[in-house]
Design a protein around this ligand. Structure first.
Ligand SMILES: [Zn+2]
Length: 348
């Protein structure tokens, strides 16, 4: 009998461990559907917001160093809801990005673009661009824009705003042809692959000040512009690439990161990307006064980066802090004597 009781106590204990001890509240299935949809919508809106911040911060860097770039492209600086392959988008994506809306609307204008200066704004409904009439054929719209870009034609955009028709004219921006992509990954990281720049969501959260995010973008641009890419081995990159650049740069950016992965760089290349990056940042009009602090903050969050040896792949944070400040001092002196802001090359 005692044996049996023991067994009973034991089995009750096991049973009570196997599942929750308290009741589960009943939830309404309609409310569950609504909450699911709301959370998905909020998540997509956040992605859209972060993507637009990347473009807003990065565009002046790509634009103001266009003359130093071998690889340039004419950019409109405007995003439209002109998605071609609409079947591949979910209902929520269609809603958040306005994919199914009638006509072609401006969904974002980058503030440092010529289009923005001309007065074009979000929600303007495009009627005509030069001789290109807007129709339901969105592929035709993209091809038409591409032609204008290739010929670097001045654009005359006719549009409706609050029911009133208006028009603006502007020249395309000549920018470095390294599109900036958002990589859905929580690590604090950024990448360059020779043709693009990738910034993780973790980095976007970490680099809260625009000049800090700019510093990261300018650094990655440095890797691409200085041709660090072909010489080094690849390192696989996890994360979904978010690319909402419908009719923006005019280059198909989809998936290239996934195929080629990111690179690991040597210390010399890291130092060079830091050095030229400060020039690009300065040329874009960002305040560089406090950007070296970025590396102090990085050290606080990732103390392992403080004491790296001189032979590791990345320079240690104290070194980067001091090097960035030295570059800023060099630039300040050039500004004082009205010299061009071009990085110094190695003395022959
Ligand atoms: Zn780097």
């Amino acid at each position: 009998m005692i044996k049996f009781l023991k067994f009973l106590v034991l089995s009750t204990l096991i049973l009570s461990c196997a599942g929750p001890a308290t009741q589960r509240l009943n939830i309404d299935s309609n409310a569950l559907d609504a909450e699911t949809k709301l959370q998905q919508t909020l998540a997509l809106q956040k992605i859209k917001e972060r993507y637009e911040r990347l473009q807003r911060v990065g565009y002046p860097i790509l634009k103001n160093s266009g003359d130093l770039c071998d690889n340039t492209v004419n950019s409109i600086g405007v995003m439209f809801n002109a998605y071609v392959d609409t079947d591949k988008y979910s209902e929520i994506e269609k809603e958040v990005y306005g994919i199914d809306e009638e006509g072609i609307k401006v969904t974002y204008v980058i503030p440092s673009s010529a289009a923005f200066k001309s007065g074009l704004r979000k929600n303007d409904e495009i009627l005509k661009i030069n001789n290109l009439e807007v129709s339901s054929d969105r592929e035709k719209f993209h091809k038409g824009l591409e032609k204008f870009r290739n010929k670097s034609e001045t654009l005359k955009v006719e549009f409706l705003r609050d029911g009133v028709s208006k028009s603006v004219s502007f020249d395309l921006d000549l920018i470095c042809n390294y599109p900036i992509l958002l990589v859905q990954n929580d690590s604090v990281n950024a990448f360059a692959n020779g043709s693009q720049i990738g910034i993780t969501t973790g980095m976007i959260r970490f680099a809260q000040r625009d000049e800090d995010l700019g510093l990261v973008i300018a650094h990655e641009l440095g890797h691409n512009m200085m041709g660090h890419i072909s010489k080094l081995r690849t390192n696989s990159l996890l994360g979904t690439i978010v690319d909402l650049a419908a009719a923006y740069y005019g280059v198909n950016t989809q998936g290239v990161f996934g195929q080629t992965g990111a690179r690991m760089y040597s210390q010399e290349f890291e130092a060079e990307a830091d050095y030229v990056g400060i020039y690009y940042l300065e040329r874009a009009g960002y305040s560089t006064e406090n950007v070296a602090n970025f590396w102090r903050e990085m050290a606080v969050e990732h103390p392992g980066s403080i004491n790296q040896s001189h032979t590791s792949t990345h320079p240690a944070t104290p070194e980067r802090f001091l090097e960035i400040n030295a570059a800023i001092k060099e630039i300040e002196e050039k500004k004082k004597s009205n010299q061009q802001l071009i990085p110094n090359t190695v003395a022959e």
